[in-house]
Design a protein around this ligand. Structure first.
Ligand SMILES: [Zn+2]
Length: 347
């Protein structure tokens, strides 16, 4: 066989091998690395977006003797695809297992790229949501319906920008947004194929990986991933480095569930948003914030103001030393949620 013919055959085999995993999704183009992998322990990485691709949430991955376990898979099929490509630069071991900390779009919308033999593990509630109407929920709807307007806005700013460096920066942002939209169009929410109700433990060589549901909080089905030997916990949005969104939350129960988190033995938190941290007092600060959001919004509701108005007036500024709070106000989606909980519209 001539060398060129041989290359064609090898090339065809390569294409077939790739296709057995998943077709490359739309919207994966980007410049430079899409992720920064922060190594927190031997074989344990916190993956944070660089801004060259829309990834939104953070993921984490655990390299074991023979495989890789991924915790969360970002905002789109494209983001998850690129994550797998970049993980290949760290290890050639296969990703056999994905854990979804919860159903939200920025943590579970990469699920569809994994081959059927990959175990996707999540809480029963996470499966239920991804099987039903997770993309009809306000959090995702607000996000995805905002993308075309964001793209138009960037195009207008590019057209009127005179400074070359500023223009180039806007052009990158435009590319990121357009690729994200292209990937969202291919979205097929894919639920976990393995579920748990309270706890599950994976053993991989010397590693023990505990998946634990600590009670309702950020959603009705958040799990945290605890590595007891390494004293690392991956918390998704149950505990972030800032303020988690509250659109599907149970703020009062969340405080109690965070007490259960405090009882676990860890010294490093890899959150679903923001940088890794070691300071456990952040949990106390966040509990205090949750208590006050609840009491402040309920107080306004008792006064008879609308949820929209309560969102503007709720004053949490006393928490500004610990969280990015500029002035009075909470996201409308949080006030609406608390109104719905008080009215019994959500159970
Ligand atoms: Zn979330």
């Amino acid at each position: 066989m001539k060398r060129s013919a041989l290359l064609v055959v090898i090339g065809a085999m390569f294409v077939v091998a790739i296709a057995a995993q998943s077709r490359q999704p739309a919207g994966t183009a980007h410049n430079g690395k899409a992720f920064k992998f922060n190594k927190v322990r031997e074989g344990i990485y916190h993956a944070v977006g660089t801004g060259s691709l829309a990834v939104v949430g953070n993921s984490s991955f655990i390299v074991n003797d023979n495989d890789v376990i991924l915790v969360d898979d970002h905002v789109s099929p494209a983001a998850a695809w690129v994550l797998l490509e970049e993980i290949k630069e760290v290890t050639n071991k296969p990703v056999t297992t994905v854990i979804n900390t919860h159903f939200h779009f920025d943590h579970a919308h990469g699920n569809q790229i994994f081959a059927p033999n990959v175990q996707i593990i999540g809480h029963e509630f996470t499966r239920r949501m991804l099987l039903s109407n997770s993309i009809g929920m306000p959090l995702y709807q607000n996000y995805v319906t905002g993308l075309p307007g964001q793209i138009d806005g960037l195009k207008k700013r590019i057209a009127s920008e005179a400074d070359a460096a500023a223009k180039a920066k806007l052009q990158t942002q435009l590319q990121v947004a357009e690729n994200n939209l292209a990937s969202q169009k291919e979205l097929k929410p894919t639920p976990p194929n393995v579920t748990l109700a309270t706890q599950m433990t994976l053993y991989r060589g010397s590693r023990e990986i505990q998946i634990r549901f600590l009670g309702r909080g950020h959603t009705a089905g958040d799990v945290v991933v605890l590595l007891p030997n390494e004293k690392v916990v991956m918390t998704g949005d149950f505990l972030t480095s800032g303020l988690s969104n509250m659109s599907d939350s149970y703020p009062e129960e969340w405080v109690t569930s965070l007490d259960a988190l405090k009882k676990l033995d860890f010294d490093t938190v890899l959150p679903g948003h923001g940088d890794a941290f070691t300071d456990k007092t952040k949990i106390d600060y966040f509990q205090a914030y949750l208590r006050d959001v609840w009491s402040e919004v309920s107080r306004l509701k008792k006064e008879g103001v609308s949820a929209e108005e309560a969102a503007k007036r709720a004053d949490l500024t006393k928490h500004k030393d610990h969280f990015p709070i500029q002035g009075p106000g909470v996201p409308p989606i949080a006030a609406t949620r608390i109104y719905d909980l008080i009215d019994g519209k959500v159970k």
